[in-house]
Design a protein around this ligand. Structure first.
Ligand code: FES
Length: 119
């Protein structure tokens, strides 16, 4: 207990944690905590929380089984040609569709709200 403040200070210095809201396929909202300063993408975060997202190609933009819908206005890296091409062949695509394997987690994503697309 006596070390708690020191640990708390260290944690805040070295681990930048953000909060992201995931809406599952039944419409239920889940708050996810994510480290913003390690190399992790949204698909890996979903898998770490054991949400049912397939990610068949492992993040190679070859399957679209990691499709999500972005519901917030966070600054997210622009969609690239490979992602756009894959989404053009996918089902259930909307204007706010993205492939979550292509979205790296960083502090700009704090407060992000996204929804899992149907399988
Ligand atoms: S895991 Fe295949 S495109 Fe994202």
């Amino acid at each position: 207990m006596g070390n708690a403040p020191f640990f708390y200070i260290c944690k805040n210095l070295f681990v930048k944690e953000i909060t992201i809201t995931l809406i599952d396929r039944k419409g239920k909202r889940h708050l996810l905590k994510a480290p913003a300063d390690v190399s992790m993408n949204l698909m890996e975060l979903c898998k770490s929380y054991e949400f049912p997202i397939q990610g068949i190609c492992g993040g190679m933009t070859m399957c679209a089984s990691c499709q999500i819908y972005i519901h917030s206005e966070n600054s997210i890296k622009e969609i690239n040609d490979d992602e756009r091409a894959m989404l053009s062949e996918a089902f259930f695509v909307k204007e706010n569709s993205r492939l979550c394997c292509q979205i790296q987690i960083n502090k700009e994503l704090d407060g992000l709200v996204f929804e899992l697309a149907p399988e």
